[in-house]
Design a protein around this ligand. Structure first.
Ligand code: NAP
Length: 542
């Protein structure tokens, strides 16, 4: 296209996916440009700077494995890295691999349109520029569309308003302030103890209590670092090939009801003391069998009851309406303990929903609460929300938003029928948010890079998921989800946090090893389920 800057590939987003994608494409000798709406790299770790923001996968595991030099030279300081350290790591990667020269920051992608005659994507940027590429890689993240519920009077509050997912870079000083926090998901659970330690008073508005496991963060010892450094290849292999969620831990051999009550209690106690997500891997049927799940749920409820001194508050904090783990499990540092503080109040908004925001605060149950600041920890339009912000038009002008009206349809979470040459990194229909994101990101980026190299070797101009393959995959994703307890919760995994969003299970729950095997098999069989087209002729199909 004359006058228009063109590339082999355009990548949307400079988070962990976009950075690695750029690095891989460079290695293949392809030209690529990354557009990033933030003023820095790091994606989710660039935006989520709320107090207490910390990864809930252990740092050594939540890191790239693609470069042995990188994984040896970078030293994590804590068991779970804080947001600032992870952001430093992302910046280090950008510098170390000289990625910045192909990244444009502060640049929104407004729309992308597939040109069927040319087999190219025409992309419009926020400043009105047009750019073009043969391939488009959507590395937009799964939780990057922060949302505040549509409360009446939202704009009327005269104090300060924050959302955890779009936190001010300069930080916030809550000293002496009366703060209202809306929401009790992972972001709230991490931030409330830190805000409460600083603020005059914190009022937490809870609609649904969450199961949370102690993180038990600590500085990493030299011995632990050495253990990883000496065993990186084996640990990484296990994360990819053996662990359903891509996090190395013991693989449970028993079901929760196969052992005696005393043995089960001891096992939960051991994992509770050790802390971390592997609590949910104490037994192999916690996600599958309600009676088994009840034993873990009851254990956590009991722990909450032991920590929280006021029985009425403890009861409100004890989840009962969904199986443990079917909403994303939270990790915390002194979350339940925080409700023993004199300056923290819990308000139930399940039975008396928030009615409106007022100039002074908010109203629930007919009572007005006055604040100096309100923190919305109300989450994201997950997985599809990041795509919905961009006008994406495929064949015959079909809009992605329209196609996904009744729920996202993808083949393998990697491509969408009628949207040729467009790849999704950790898209809906892939393990993504149910896994260690870095493990899933690396797998997708490698798969896409290998695919692009394959296409180039064969002079293929267009790759596209067939509708048949896509339909089969969507059915499979649903079928597997419904063999588990997950659909029983009103979670963002189900799209249930957004009024009007279709209730479909968004990620693929079959586990990383099974999913990787399917993707590898598809590639090894000439990209089964994809139509591959030369400029003039169809080279291969299903
Ligand atoms: P979230 O889990 O979606 O939590 C949102 C909270 O806001 C929920 O408690 C929700 O209540 C509440 N809420 C929403 N609308 C409301 C309304 N109209 N009235 C009252 N309450 C309302 O969001 P998040 O905490 O930001 O976490 C999102 C995901 O990000 C996590 O699940 C996790 O995957 C990721 N994350 C990870 C980390 C980490 O790695 N450490 C940290 C933070 C987040 P309901 O439950 O009733 O809908």
């Amino acid at each position: 296209m004359p006058g228009i800057q063109s590339y082999d590939t355009i990548i949307v987003g400079a988070g962990f996916s976009g950075l690695y994608m750029l690095h891989r494409l460079r290695g293949l000798g392809m030209s690529a440009r990354v557009y990033e709406r933030g003023s820095g790299v790091g994606g989710t770790w660039y935006w989520n700077r709320y107090p207490g923001a910390r990864c809930d996968v252990e740092s050594v595991q939540y890191s790239y494995s693609f470069s042995d030099e990188l994984q040896r030279e970078w030293q994590w300081t804590e068991r779970y890295a804080g947001q600032a350290e992870i952001l430093r790591y992302a910046n280090h990667v950008a510098d170390r691999f000289d990625l910045r020269r192909d990244i444009e920051l502060n640049t929104n992608v407004v729309s992308a349109e597939f040109d069927e005659a040319e087999n190219r994507w025409a992309v419009t940027l926020g400043d009105g520029r047009q750019v073009s590429a043969q391939h488009l890689v959507m590395a937009v993240g799964c939780l990057s569309n922060a949302r505040v519920p549509d409360f009446p009077g939202l704009g009327s509050f005269r104090g300060r308003v924050y959302h955890t997912g779009e936190w001010p870079h300069e930080g916030v000083d809550f000293s002496g302030l009366r703060v209202g926090v809306v929401g009790t998901g992972s972001s709230a659970i991490q931030s409330i103890p830190v805000i409460a330690a600083e603020a005059k008073h914190v009022t937490v508005f809870q609609r649904t209590p969450n199961y949370s496991i102690p993180a038990r963060n600590y500085p990493l010892s030299d011995d632990e670092k050495r253990l990883w450094a000496e065993n990186f290849p084996e640990f990484r292999r296990r994360a990819r090939e053996e662990m359903r969620n891509g996090i190395v831990s013991e693989i449970p051999q028993n079901g929760a009801l196969d052992v005696s009550d005393a043995e089960r209690e001891a096992a939960y106690e051991f994992r509770w003391k050790r802390g971390g997500i592997p609590f949910m891997s104490t037994y192999n049927n916690l996600a599958l069998d309600k009676a088994a799940n009840d034993t873990a749920a009851e254990f956590v409820r009991r722990k909450i009851g032991e920590v929280v001194r006021n029985p009425a508050v403890a009861k409100l904090l004890q989840p009962t309406s969904y199986p443990i783990g079917t909403k994303r499990i939270c990790l915390d540092s002194d979350y339940f303990e925080t409700f023993n503080r004199d300056n923290v109040t819990l308000v139930d908004v399940r039975h008396a929903p928030i009615e409106k925001i007022t100039p002074k605060g908010l109203v629930t149950g007919g009572k007005e609460y006055d604040f100096d600041a309100i923190v919305f920890a109300t989450g994201f339009d997950a997985m599809t929300g990041s795509f919905a912000k961009i006008d994406i038009h495929g064949r015959s002008g079909l809009m992605l938003k329209k196609k996904w009206e009744e729920g996202p349809k993808t083949y393998l979470g990697l491509m969408v029928a009628d949207f040729p040459n467009m790849f999704l990194i950790t898209g809906p229909g892939s393990p993504s948010v149910l896994s260690n994101m870095i493990v899933s990101i690396e797998q997708h980026v490698d798969w896409v890079a290998d695919c692009l190299a394959y296409l180039r070797r064969r002079d293929i101009a267009c790759v596209e998921a067939t509708r048949g393959a896509e339909d089969e995959w969507v059915a499979h994703v649903n079928e597997v989800a419904h063999t588990t307890l997950y659909p029983q919760a009103n979670s963002w995994y189900m799209g249930a946090n957004i009024p009007g969003k279709p209730r479909v299970f968004l990620p693929y729950i079959g586990g990383i090893p099974a999913y990787r095997a399917i993707c590898n098999d598809v590639a090894a069989n000439g990209y089964r389920g994809f139509a591959l087209t030369r400029q003039q002729s169809i080279a291969a199909a299903e």
